[in-house]
Design a binder for this molecule. Structure first.
Ligand SMILES: *[C@@H]1O[C@H](CO)[C@@H](O)[C@H](O)[C@H]1NC(C)=O
Ligand SMILES: *[C@@H]1O[C@H](CO)[C@@H](O)[C@H](O)[C@H]1NC(C)=O
Ligand SMILES: *[C@@H]1O[C@H](CO)[C@@H](O)[C@H](O)[C@H]1NC(C)=O
Ligand SMILES: *[C@@H]1O[C@H](CO)[C@@H](O)[C@H](O)[C@H]1NC(C)=O
Ligand SMILES: *[C@@H]1O[C@H](CO)[C@@H](O)[C@H](O)[C@H]1NC(C)=O
Ligand SMILES: *[C@@H]1O[C@H](CO)[C@@H](O)[C@H](O)[C@H]1NC(C)=O
Ligand SMILES: *[C@@H]1O[C@H](CO)[C@@H](O)[C@H](O)[C@H]1NC(C)=O
Ligand SMILES: *[C@@H]1O[C@H](CO)[C@@H](O)[C@H](O)[C@H]1NC(C)=O
Ligand SMILES: *[C@@H]1O[C@H](CO)[C@@H](O)[C@H](O)[C@H]1NC(C)=O
Length: 795
């Protein structure tokens, strides 16, 4: 936010610029994110305490620090004239306290389905926006205060005396409500101006317009709207009182105040850098950049201006489970949030302001010769080389495959499937362990009940020596016949690479045939070619009961086809989300045991790709539509079209652009373009949340076209708050006995999988162990099967 010119390398900046390019192609949403964790009333200043596991509220009043009860976590607070309110973590409940008397809490709102987001207290009204819909609701309003129109949707809101205003989603115009005459006057002063942030004082409003200029409107009895000279991007955070305005200078974090009868001396604030400022009616308080302590000043601040208040360090912003894709993540965010989520840098942010976040993935050791070799991935159209090194030992490279080529094998040869060099034993760890490509279980060690983890892991199906199959080559005519000339009724889906048909080969085998789309634009051609080749190469080598096996391929004229085992029971996605499917065959999946088994099966498939395939493979597109279910209701991972070899130094691999599916894509991969095995862990975490909640990765919160919500943002706060039960898929009977614990364990595992930073996510081995444990719990709740037999049952 300030001029923290961080000592990041030029490389980091380049990387970040690449990120900006991606971000700038998204339509921006604008909202003022600051000041939600610090609040002032006429007599107290309160904040959400940083770096404690419980993000509780502490207040300072009349020389005393008050630990506000209840001692629970809050995501945001806001102050009115004589009281303040807090939104509990999970955003389902709103509590308010009277700061004039004894800080007694009163619950104003409690609804687990309609969550609240932005909170804005005025002199008496309490307003908040609804998550997803963006509509505003107000409480404690007097008779003259008119509620906002239910059809307006807001990016941000702020409240003054007798009015509240917000920035409308889409148009960025200002819309005000409240006491009719006041609200109309305020709104008309802004006309059709579009703002990106907005803060209300008692009877004036300031905001930044889209070029970054500070614009103030409303009452000017004390010069409070006379913005001092300054260019674009001069100011960031704002705090408005009854007669004054203060603003943080973007350049160095110092605060300048104007209006207020000239009583806001700036010697207090010009030498200190602030992160966030808030105002009571005649004083202002700020959170220092230096150590998150609070300093207040102004005529209404009884206890002398400019002294540090003995409050504990206060959070500079809400801790959220979000990718902070707009403005980046706050430095020290993780320790400030004590492991819960991240603090996003305040919005609005302009590209010029963006300072790169610390590299999220730090190479544990300098890339060795093997790493540099892996960068030299040949990008030939018809041939490519995969250079892998055994266990990260430099220089011993296992294989170079030449594919599709006339170059290596001559045309129309049957291609040998290459067996994994290492499939079991200690050397397995060489891939995931010794090269540090998968970080040691850091946060994963906090997954509950880790002590009871089953250490013995499944190795089933990992041996390829039993399957000396080759990838068969089919003629186009054979496949045309198998699919009845690619008849529409045989179409069963579409993947990253093309359309998928069900087919029956002459010998009676049922297969799924993927047909590359030959008619697409040339632009995409190369990408698809690569996907085709890579999928073939990987799959022909991979045999595992939780992976969908490649049977063969066809290459003729412009046609590229892949032939897979047919998965009778379709995609997990369809079972969970397809309306036509929901009530029928899906009932098999409508038990917690079955859902956990599906999760475990898929995890084993991914674990195999990460830890036992050599070289290891990052799937890159884990999602419920890529988890297929075979005739025996065993789940298998499919669609390696986007797979890339996991390079020897995972840290270094940056494909040209992030690929994946919206809702599942790892925010770290998306943001920093750094691909690690942990990107698959994120995708799997989303799938786990889908299994638990029955909701899509991105869903609309209300039926009448609310804005989309990600299942991560929806579920994680509630899991954090211990309220998983509230969001479980209602189509499944509530968990009984030990199932409750099992489902909880899956919930906690999912929550860790979608941690923002890859290093905080568990490894696939941890996940498999947890899911094994969860499945064992389910079985023990039926009383008959001991955990010793779990592996048999689950397989
Ligand atoms: C002012 O602050 C000091 C120390 O923080 C405290 O001892 C004193 O009681 C406060 N005075 C008032 C009037 O709040
Ligand atoms: C709040 O609760 C947490 C644990 O729930 C405890 O560690 C902390 O000491 C409590 N804080 C206060 C001020 O009571
Ligand atoms: C939550 O709000 C919705 C919409 O206003 C309402 O239908 C539902 O009954 C409320 N739930 C509770 C528990 O009050
Ligand atoms: C909960 O509220 C906080 C504070 O306003 C907000 O930053 C966060 O995005 C909200 N969470 C959800 C899931 O809406
Ligand atoms: C905004 O309003 C002014 C007059 O009030 C008009 O001249 C201008 O064209 C309007 N701009 C837009 C974008 O509507
Ligand atoms: C923002 O405000 C400044 C100063 O009032 C003005 O010059 C500029 O045109 C405004 N920009 C937009 C996009 O309205
Ligand atoms: C910040 O900048 C302002 C003017 O740009 C200057 O007056 C002030 O002394 C600076 N403060 C610090 C702490 O550098
Ligand atoms: C915060 O930093 C200031 C110096 O800027 C120092 O005087 C003060 O003691 C620090 N407060 C805490 C709580 O560390
Ligand atoms: C500041 O405002 C409070 C009420 O909001 C009032 O009681 C107090 O007298 C004011 N102080 C000054 C110096 O104006």
């Amino acid at each position: 936010m300030k001029n923290n010119k961080s000592p990041f390398s030029a490389a980091t900046f380049t990387l970040f610029n690449a990120t900006l390019l991606i971000l700038s192609s998204l339509s921006p949403t604008h909202a003022l994110g600051s000041a939600a964790t610090l609040a002032a009333t006429s007599s107290a200043v309160c904040g959400v305490v940083a770096s404690e596991p419980t993000r509780r509220i502490a207040c300072y009043r009349h020389g005393e620090v008050v630990a506000v009860a209840p001692n629970v976590s809050f995501s945001a607070i806001s102050g009115g004239r004589s009281y303040f309110c807090g939104l509990r973590s999970g955003n389902y409940s709103l509590l308010c306290w009277d700061t004039l008397s004894g800080f007694q809490s009163k619950r104003l709102y409690n609804n687990g389905t309609v969550l609240l987001e932005k909170l804005a207290l005025g002199d008496s009204q309490v307003c908040a926006t609804v998550v997803g819909a963006g509509t505003a609701s107000c409480w404690r309003t007097n008779a003259a205060f008119e509620s906002p129109s239910g059809s307006d949707r807001f990016d941000s809101i702020s409240s003054g005396s007798g009015f509240s205003c917000g920035i409308l989603k889409g148009s960025d115009r200002v819309r005000c409500w409240g006491v009719g005459s006041i609200a109309r006057k305020m709104e008309s002063e802004f006309g059709n101006m579009s703002l990106v942030s907005l803060v209300a004082g008692e009877s004036h409003i300031c905001g930044l317009n889209s070029s970054g200029y500070l614009v103030c409107r409303g009452s000017n009895d004390f010069g409070q709207i006379d913005v001092p000279e300054g260019g674009a991007l001069e100011f960031s955070g704002l705090a408005l009182g009854a007669e004054h305005t203060c603003a943080i200078r973007r350049s160095n974090g110092s605060v300048v105040c104007w209006g207020g009868r000239g009583l806001f001396e700036d010697d207090v604030t010009k030498t200190v850098s602030f992160e966030v400022i808030v105002s009571g009616s005649n004083f202002t308080c700020g959170l220092t950049t230096n150590n998150f302590s609070v300093i207040c000043w102004g005529p209404g601040w009884a206890n002398g201006s400019g002294y540090e208040i003995p409050l504990p360090p206060i959070l500079p912003g809400p801790c959220v489970q979000s990718s902070c894709s707009e403005c980046g993540i706050y430095p020290q965010s993780e320790s400030l949030c004590s492991g819960y989520g991240n603090i996003c840098k305040p919005k609005p942010c302009w590209p010029e302001m963006l300072v790169p976040a610390p590299p999220a993935v730090v190479p544990a050791s300098p890339p060795g010769p093997a790493a540099s070799r892996s960068k030299a991935l040949t990008k030939g159209l018809l041939a490519f080389a995969i250079v892998g090194c055994v266990g990260g030992v430099a220089g011993i490279c296992t294989a170079i495959y030449c594919l599709w080529t006339g170059v290596c094998f001559g045309k129309k040869k049957v291609h040998n499937s290459v067996q994994p060099t290492i499939t079991r034993g200690g050397s397995v760890n060489g891939v995931g362990g010794s090269n540090n490509s998968i970080s040691p279980p850091s946060r994963s060690s906090t997954i509950r009940r880790q002590g009871s983890r089953i250490m013995r892991r499944q190795r089933s199906g990992t041996s390829s020596t039993k399957h000396p199959e080759r990838a068969e080559e089919f003629t186009l005519a054979e496949l045309v016949a198998a699919t009845n000339n690619f008849a529409l009724e045989n179409k069963i889906g579409a993947g990253s690479y093309g359309v998928v048909y069900k087919g029956k080969l002459l010998d009676g085998r049922e297969v799924a045939i993927k047909r590359g789309d030959t008619s697409t634009k040339m632009k995409k051609f190369q990408e698809k070619e690569t996907a085709f080749e890579s999928e073939l190469a990987f799959l022909s080598r991979l045999h595992h009961k939780h992976l969908v096996r490649l049977v063969g391929f066809c290459e003729e004229k412009d046609e590229r086809l892949l032939v897979y085992e047919y998965m009778k029971n379709g995609a997990l996605y369809d079972h969970l989300h397809d309306k036509n499917n929901v009530d029928k065959s899906s009932s098999v999946l409508n038990s917690w045991r079955m859902r956990i088994k599906v999760a475990l099966d898929a995890s084993r498939g991914i674990e195999y790709l990460h830890n036992y395939a050599v070289p290891s493979i990052i799937h890159r597109d884990i999602k419920s539509s890529n988890i297929l279910i075979d005739a025996t209701w065993t789940a298998r991972v499919s669609d390696f079209g986007l797979s890339l070899m996991s390079p020897e130094s995972n840290h270094d691999f940056r494909p040209m652009k992030a690929a994946g599916t919206v809702g599942y894509i790892d925010p770290e991969y998306y943001g920093l373009n750094v691909l690690t095995a942990k990107s698959d862990v994120y995708g799997l975490g989303v799938v786990l949340l889908e299994l638990l909640t029955g909701k899509r990765a991105i869903f609309k919160n209300d039926e009448n076209g609310g804005t989309p919500v990600s299942v991560v943002d929806f579920a994680v706060p509630l899991i954090m708050a211990g309220e998983l039960a509230k969001i479980l898929d209602p189509r499944v009977e509530p968990p009984e006995m030990n199932e409750t614990e099992a489902v909880e364990l899956v919930g906690y595992t999912a929550m860790h999988c979608v941690n923002l930073e890859g290093k905080d996510r568990p490894t696939m081995a941890d996940i498999v162990a947890n899911l094994e444990r969860a499945l064992a719990l389910c079985d023990s709740s039926h009383g008959s099967i001991s955990s010793g037999t779990i592996s048999i049952v689950s397989d």
